[in-house]
Ligand binder design. Structure first.
Ligand SMILES: [Zn+2]
Length: 343
């Protein structure tokens, strides 16, 4: 069938995104066709577009990792689904049968089905998705549902699945006004932790405070790390969700409490920071990576959003034609929370 999609025919700047008519691939026997209701914009989308993600794409490609839609058509073997179902597509549908999937590490499945990477994503009026990778959204606003899985799923994974965050512990949230950061602040507060939000642009401080952060600091203050430690009464942070890299990583590491957990999920500002091994072993720091999310982690945060306990911040609701502008806004660091496209 014909549909409209934002396609990329090569790697480059936001101008490479072009709204055009395309032939949607026919659904396989275990797939469905969705009419897309909402798709969120991610930093990874911009990295895929520019070619720095180290993930090769088959061109022409359609981006869009966080897809919410209405089921319109079922593949021949699909059961338990009906046209009209309102669903979120998992950003990573694991294969369910590889050694990692069978040992509780489905987020690292090498065979995962990933809309916007391994298949066309949601920057389109219609999308094809695997039937076993769908979560019902019930009455939840599709825009809010689309803004949830990657930010809040990653926040859950880093804080709780990996970080073992306990009530009363201190959390440092770099990039606190962005998609992941604003989710980290909310989820940490929900778990009874105390949170210091770290931002670049000081004008974003009010937003981060409104999420419940106990304090907000700017990296433009050269003494932010000392200030942050002071706020914890000198004890340091128990969990740091670090996805900035470079100077921020190095300074953040110095604010960890003994046995503190620093979890890394990105590092654009410097992917090869200095690491003090002496401080690391003397304080028994835990350094961990975090990659994507397990389906159960996404289901959990989607439930908390539906229950009104978490509120994804939607910075802007845009049309397909605005996809390039949305990428530019991300690059300019003008986005509070998430941008969502409604085709
Ligand atoms: Zn697998």
């Amino acid at each position: 069938m014909k549909t409209e999609a934002v396609t990329m025919n090569g790697y480059g700047g936001p101008e490479t995104l072009t709204l055009t008519e395309v032939d949607l691939p026919a659904p396989g026997p275990d797939e469905v066709v969705l009419r897309v209701l909402a798709v969120a914009v991610n930093h990874l989308d911009a990295d895929l577009r520019s070619g720095v993600s180290r993930m090769p794409l088959r061109l022409p490609h359609v981006l869009g990792r966080e897809v919410v839609g209405v089921v319109e058509q079922l593949g021949s073997r699909v059961t338990g689904r009906a046209p009209g179902d309102r669903v979120l597509v998992l950003p990573n549908t694991p294969c369910g049968s590889c050694p990692r999937c069978l040992t509780g590490r489905a987020n690292l499945c090498p065979n995962a089905d990933m809309p916007g990477i391994t298949r066309w994503g949601g920057y389109a009026r219609h999308a094809v998705a695997p039937a076993r990778g769908l979560l019902d959204i019930g009455d939840l606003d599709p825009v809010v549902a689309a803004a949830t899985p990657i930010s809040f799923g990653t926040a859950w994974r880093t804080l709780y699945s990996i970080g073992r965050l306990a009530p009363g512990e201190w959390v440092l949230a770099p990039g606190a006004a962005g998609g992941l950061g604003h989710a980290v602040v909310q989820l940490a507060k929900l778990g009874g932790a105390r949170v210091v939000g770290l931002i670049g642009d000081p004008s974003k401080a009010d937003f981060v405070s409104s999420l419940g952060a106990d304090a907000v600091l700017s990296t433009r203050d050269p003494d932010w790390a000392a200030e942050a430690r002071k706020i914890t009464g000198g004890a340091g942070f128990d969990v740091i969700v670090e996805h900035i890299g470079g100077d921020v990583f190095e300074a953040a590491l110095g604010t960890l409490a003994p046995t503190g957990r620093l979890i890394v999920g990105g590092g654009h500002a410097g992917e090869h920071p200095h690491l003090d091994l002496i401080e690391t072993f003397r304080n028994e720091y835990e350094l961990r990576g975090s990659r994507s999310q397990r389906p159960d982690e996404i289901a959990r945060v989607l439930g908390l959003v539906a229950a009104g306990q978490l509120t994804p911040r939607v910075d802007a609701v845009l049309s397909l034609a605005d996809a390039g502008r949305a990428h530019q806004a991300l690059a300019d660091r003008r986005v509070l929370g998430k941008q969502v496209i409604t085709p």
